[in-house]
Design a protein around this ligand. Structure first.
Ligand code: ADP
Ligand code: MG
Ligand code: MG
Length: 916
C-alpha cells in the first residue's frame, strides 16, 4: 500500500498545519466541530515535496488513486457526480501552506466543467446565464493559473464582446454574450497551448494539483519566503485543498462574504466585514461591485445573519482567538469556507486580549502570549494618521520609530536656539556627529541623507525615543546654503516638513498625526506582564527628562546612566574642553571643580525622579577627543582666522589713509573693526586645541584610551564623578529621598583596575559621609564588555557587587568586528550569503557572545552567589535577546525608555515560555 497522501476533512488533524497547510488544517478542524463546511479533502505538503523532488515531476505513486477515492466520498455526501451529465459535482482547488503566503497559486473555482457537465449544471438550476458565467470564469482561471495563458489574452476577448454588445458592466452581459465569451476563451487556450482545453474533469484536476505544487517553487513564492525569512521549519511545501463548490451567485437568497469576528482596527467586540448578494468568491475583494457592511445583512437576510453571528461565536469559542473567515450563502444555507487567526494592529490586539480575559474566553497567560512584544512599538509613538493622503517626497531608512513635524533646521546650534523658543524643529543633516547632540535634545526628529540604521543619528535618536529617518539618499542637503533638494522641489530652513521614522518616509508640510496611546488596556496588559516576569526591566537614561519618560514607560530603575551625555550641553561643553586641553593637573582640577556641581545637580534630579528605584551610573567611557572638534575642522578654522587677520591689517591701512586724506565718513564706517590682536588670541587658543587633538589622535579609538583606562590615567576625572554621585546621594537622603546609587566602571579587563577605582570610591565615600554626617549606601560594579573581563568574571566578582553586559562592545570584541565598518562593508554580504544569519549588533549572537555571557554569569556567581547581573546594550530591548537573558539567569535588562513596555512583555513571555 502506498503512503497516505490525502485526508478527508473529517479525518485530517486540525493541529497539523505543517502537513495539511493552514487552510487545510482549519477546514478539517471546522468540519470536525460541526461547522457547515462543504465536503472536501486535503492533499498533503508531503505529496508536494515528493512531487517537486521528482526530476520528471510526476505525482507520487498513489496520489491520484487516493484523490479518486476521496472524490467518491464527496460525491456521496453531495449527491453529485464529478464529470456527471446530471447533477455534476464541481470543486475548487486551493493552495495553502503552513504559513499564509500571498506568493502562491490562485484558487481555481468551478473545476469539473466541460460542455457536457455545463448542460447538467444548467438543467439542475434552470439558469442558463449562471451556467455560462461559471464556465467562462473557470476557463479563464484554469487557463491562467494552471496553463499559464497570459491574462491579457482573455481580457482582450472579454472587452471585444463587451464592445460588440455595447455594455459597460459584466453583469449586463446576456447569456449569448457569455456563450460567445466561453467560445473565444476556449480558442485562446487552444492557440496559446497548442492543445484543446482539457475536457476530462480528472485530467483538469490532475493538472490543477500539479500547478498548485509547482507554484511553491514559483519566483513570487520564493521571493516572499526570502523576504519574510520563512524557513522550511515553519513551512515546507504547499497542500492542495479540493472543496465541493457552493454558489453565492444563485440569486438573491445567495451571497458571499469575508469578515473578522472582531474589529481588527480597534478591537471592538463586533463582527466586522463585508458581503455581496448574488456573487461568487473573489467578487467581494475584486471590487467589481461595492460590497455592503455586514450589519446590513440583518435586514437583507435576517435568518442567515443570525446564523452568521452564531458561526462567529462558535469560531471564537473554539479557536480562542479573533478569526478572519470566509463564507458563502447558497440558497439560504450558510457555509464556512475558511478561517484563520485574524491579523490585527496593536491597539486591537491589546484591547481584545483584555476583553477576552474578562469574558473568560482566555486566561492571562494566553492574553500575554498572543501579543508579539515588538508590536507594542506601534502604540508608543505618535504616528501619521492612516487616513492621510499626502504623498511622500523621499524615502530613507526607518531608523527610529514615530512621526514628527517641524521646521527644517540645518545645524545643531540653530536647532537648539529655535527649539528653546518653543519652535518645533526637525534637524536635517547629511549625517550627525556627537557634537550635534544638543541639537537632538531641541528637535522633534532627525533626518539625515546619509548613514544606516546604526549611524550616529539613528542610535542616538533611538536612545532618546525621537523619530529618525536616516540615509534618505533622495535628498541632497546643503548645510551652508541651508537648503535641501528633493527631485525638483526643495525645502529651506524654516519650511515645515514631516518625517515618519516608522516607515522612513519624508513629507513636505505638516501631515496630521495620531498621538501615542498608553491606553488603560495597555496598562492592564503590562501589569499582568510584570506579575509573571522574573527579569526586571530598567531603562537607559542620561538626563532627568529621560528618566521621567522612562518612568512613564514603567522602568523599574535606571540600568545605565551615561555621564558623558551630560557634558554635551552648550554651557557645559566649553568647561569639558577646558578640562581636556588643560596643560597642568591644577588647571584640570580647576575645570573639574566647575563640572562637579553640575554633575551633582544632574544626579540629584535623576535620583529624585527615580526614587526609590536603583540608578546605575557609569563613569566616563568614551575617548575624550570625542568632545573636541576634528583636526580637519580646526585646521580650516585657523586658516580662515589667519585670512581674517590679514584682512584686518588691510583695514588698518585703509583707516590710516582715511585719516591722512581727511575723509571722516570713511573713517567712521571702518571703525568697529576688530583688533588683530584679538584674532591672534583666538588663533592661539585654536592652535592649542589642535595640538591637543593631534596628541589625542588614536589609530583605533574604540580599542584605545577610553573607559577605566582613561580614568586611571587622569584619576581626578573619576574622583570628581564619584564625588558628584555620593554627594547627590547625601543631599537626597537629607531631603528624605530614598536613593540606591550604583557606580559602574566601564571597559574593565582586570580586577586590578576595579581595585584601584574602588579605593577612590571608599575614600571619597568616607569623606562625604563625614562631611554630611550620614551613612550612605551604594553598590560598586563593573561593565562586562571586554572578552577578558568575561573570562575573569570570578576574579572581578571579588570586587564588583554587580555586572552589566555591554553587549555592543562585547559583540565587537567577540567577533573582532568594528560595528561601523562591519555594517557598512561586509556584514550585508555575510547575511545575504548566509555566512552569518543575522546582524549580531541587532540580534544578540546567542551562540558566541551569549555563550560567553552564560559562562561569565556562572563564574561570577560562584564567587558571589547573589550577584546582580544585567544587560545594558541595545540588545536589552529586543525580545529574542530578552528571552535568552532570562534563560541564563540575568537579573534585569536595561533598554531605551520607549522600549521598556516591549521589554516588560518580552520578559513575561520568557517566564511563560519556560514553563511550557
Ligand atoms: P485565498 O487563499 O486567496 O483566500 P481561497 O482558496 O480562499 O483563496 O479562495 C478564493 C475565493 O474563492 C474565496 O473567496 C473563497 O471563499 C472562494 N472559494 C473557495 N472555494 C470555494 C468553494 N468550494 N465554493 C465557493 N467558493 C469558494
Ligand atoms: Mg481565502
Ligand atoms: Mg560600552
Amino acid at each position: 500500500m502506498s503512503r497516505k497522501w490525502v485526508y478527508d476533512f473529517t479525518e485530517g488533524d486540525g493541529k497539523n498545519k505543517k502537513l495539511l497547510g493552514g487552510k487545510g488544517a482549519n477546514l478539517c478542524e471546522m468540519t470536525q466541530i460541526d461547522l457547515n463546511v462543504p465536503p472536501g479533502f486535503v492533499i498533503t505538503t508531503e505529496a508536494c515535496l515528493a512531487y517537486l523532488d521528482d526530476p520528471e515531476r510526476r505525482l507520487p505513486e498513489g496520489v491520484m488513486d487516493q484523490v479518486h477515492a476521496n472524490l467518491a466520498a464527496v460525491e456521496k455526501k453531495t449527491g453529485r457526480t464529478f464529470g456527471g451529465r446530471e447533477k455534476p459535482l464541481l470543486v475548487s482547488v486551493r493552495s495553502g501552506s503552513a504559513i499564509s503566503m500571498p506568493g502562491m497559486m490562485d484558487t481555481i473555482l468551478n473545476l469539473g466543467l466541460n460542455s457536457q457537465t455545463l448542460l447538467g449544471l444548467i438543467n439542475g438550476t434552470g439558469n442558463n446565464r449562471f451556467g455560462y458565467d461559471a464556465y467562462r470564469r473557470f476557463i479563464q482561471l484554469f487557463g491562467k493559473v494552471a496553463l499559464g495563458v497570459p491574462e491579457e489574452k482573455f481580457d482582450a476577448e472579454f472587452e471585444a464582446v463587451k464592445l460588440k454588445a455595447g455594455v459597460k458592466h459584466d453583469v449586463d452581459l446576456s447569456t449569448s454574450d457569455l456563450t460567445d465569451i466561453c467560445d473565444r476563451f476556449l480558442k485562446v487556450v487552444q492557440l496559446f497551448t497548442h492543445k484543446p482545453f482539457p475536457t476530462d474533469p480528472y485530467e483538469q484536476l490532475e493538472i490543477a494539483i500539479k500547478a498548485v505544487f509547482n507554484s511553491w517553487m514559483g519566483k513570487r513564492a520564493i521571493d516572499y519566503r526570502r523576504e519574510f525569512k520563512i524557513t522550511p521549519e515553519q513551512a515546507n511545501g504547499t497542500a492542495v485543498n479540493v472543496v465541493a463548490m457552493v454558489f453565492g451567485n444563485m440569486g438573491n437568497d445567495s451571497a458571499t462574504g469575508v469578515g473578522f469576528t472582531r474589529d481588527p482596527g480597534t478591537g471592538e467586540n463586533v463582527m466586522f466585514g463585508e458581503y455581496l448578494v448574488n456573487a461568487q468568491g473573489e467578487d467581494v475583494v475584486a471590487g467589481i461591485r461595492t460590497p455592503k457592511a455586514v450589519a446590513a445583512m440583518a435586514q437583507e437576510l435576517p435568518k442567515q445573519f443570525n446564523e452568521l453571528m452564531e458561526l462567529r461565536r462558535k469560531l471564537e469559542a473554539h479557536y480562542k482567538e479573533v478569526q478572519d473567515f470566509e463564507y458563502t450563502i447558497e440558497k439560504g444555507i450558510l457555509y464556512c469556507l475558511q478561517t484563520r487567526n485574524g491579523k490585527m494592529n496593536a491597539t486591537a490586539l491589546v484591547r481584545t486580549s483584555v476583553e477576552m480575559v474578562k469574558t473568560g474566553l482566555i486566561d492571562k497567560r494566553q492574553a500575554l502570549l498572543r501579543i508579539n512584544p515588538e508590536m507594542l512599538n506601534q502604540l508608543l509613538f505618535p504616528r501619521l494618521d492612516p487616513k492621510n493622503t499626502s504623498k511622500p517626497v523621499a524615502k530613507g531608512l526607518p531608523a527610529s520609530p514615530g512621526a514628527a513635524t517641524g521646521i527644517a533646521v540645518f545645524d545643531a546650534d540653530r536647532a537648539e536656539k529655535l527649539g528653546r523658543t518653543g519652535e518645533r524643529v526637525i534637524l536635517v543633516r547629511e549625517e550627525t556627529k556627537p557634537e550635534d547632540i544638543h541639537g537632538f535634545f531641541a528637535s522633534q526628529g532627525i533626518l539625515t541623507s546619509r548613514g544606516g540604521k546604526t549611524s550616529h543619528a539613528a542610535v542616538v535618536a533611538r536612545g532618546m525615543g525621537k523619530p529618525c529617518v536616516s540615509g534618505a539618499e533622495g535628498i541632497t542637503v546643503d548645510i551652508h546654503l541651508k537648503v535641501a533638494r528633493v527631485g525638483d522641489t526643495e525645502f529651506c530652513e524654516g519650511d515645515l516638513i514631516t518625517i515618519d521614522g516608522t516607515t522612513g518616509l519624508v513629507y513636505l508640510g505638516e501631515v496630521p498625526m495620531i498621538e501615542a496611546e498608553f491606553s488603560p488596556e495597555l496598562e492592564t496588559i503590562l501589569s499582568w506582564a510584570d506579575e509573571v516576569a522574573r527579569l526586571q526591566v530598567m531603562a537607559n537614561a542620561d538626563t532627568p527628562e529621560d528618566s521621567e519618560r522612562a518612568l512613564k514607560y514603567g522602568a523599574m530603575g535606571i540600568g545605565l546612566c551615561r555621564t558623558e551625555r551630560m557634558f554635551n550641553g552648550v554651557e557645559r561643553l566649553p568647561i569639558m574642553v577646558e578640562m581636556i586641553i588643560a596643560e597642568t593637573k591644577e588647571d584640570r582640577i580647576a575645570a573639574l571643580g566647575k563640572l562637579l556641581p553640575i554633575q551633582r545637580e544632574d544626579f540629584k534630579q535623576i535620583f529624585e525622579v527615580m526614587a526609590p528605584r536603583p540608578v546605575t551610573i557609569r563613569l566616563l567611557d568614551p575617548p575624550i577627543h570625542e568632545f573636541l572638534p576634528t583636526e580637519r575642522q580646526l585646521v580650516d578654522e585657523i586658516k580662515e582666522l589667519q585670512n581674517l587677520r590679514e584682512t584686518i591689517r588691510g583695514m588698518r591701512v585703509l583707516t590710516d589713509a582715511a585719516q591722512f586724506m581727511n575723509l571722516p565718513e570713511i573713517k567712521s564706517k571702518i571703525q568697529g573693526f576688530t583688533d588683530p590682536e584679538l584674532v591672534d588670541t583666538v588663533i592661539a587658543k585654536k592652535e592649542t586645541m589642535l595640538k591637543k587633538v593631534r596628541a589625542l589622535h588614536e589609530v583605533n579609538p574604540m580599542l584605545g584610551h577610553r573607559g577605566v583606562r582613561l580614568g586611571l590615567t587622569f584619576p581626578e576625572i573619576y574622583e570628581m564623578q564619584i564625588r558628584a554621585v555620593l554627594e547627590a546621594t547625601a543631599e537626597c537622603l537629607k531631603a528624605g529621598i530614598e536613593v540606591h546609587p550604583e557606580i559602574m566602571v566601564p571597559q574593565v579587563c582586570t580586577a586590578q583596575e576595579l581595585k584601584r577605582v574602588k579605593e577612590w570610591v571608599l575614600e571619597i565615600h568616607k569623606s562625604v559621609e563625614e562631611a554630611y554626617g550620614l551613612a550612605l549606601k551604594f553598590k560598586f560594579g563593573s561593565m562586562l564588555e571586554v572578552v577578558r573581563a568575561c573570562m575573569r568574571a570570578d576574579n572581578l566578582a571579588e570586587e564588583a557587587e554587580f555586572f552589566s553586559f555591554g553587549t555592543n562592545d562585547l559583540t565587537q570584541a567577540t567577533f573582532s568586528f568594528s560595528r561601523e565598518d562591519a555594517e557598512n562593508k561586509f556584514l550585508p554580504m555575510y547575511n545575504l550569503s548566509n555566512i552569518l544569519q543575522d546582524n549580531p549588533f541587532e540580534v544578540l549572537d546567542v551562540k558566541g557572545v551569549g555563550r560567553l555571557m552564560e559562562q561569565a554569569v556562572k563564574w561570577g556567581r560562584q564567587v558571589r552567589a547573589d550577584m546582580k547581573v544585567g544587560i545594558c546594550g541595545e540588545h536589552g530591548g529586543h525580545p529574542a535577546s530578552i528571552i535568552f537573558c532570562h534563560k541564563i539567569g540575568l537579573s534585569y535588562v536595561s533598554c531605551s525608555g520607549p522600549r521598556v513596555p516591549i521589554a516588560r512583555l518580552a520578559a513575561a513571555h520568557a517566564a511563560l515560555l519556560e514553563k511550557i
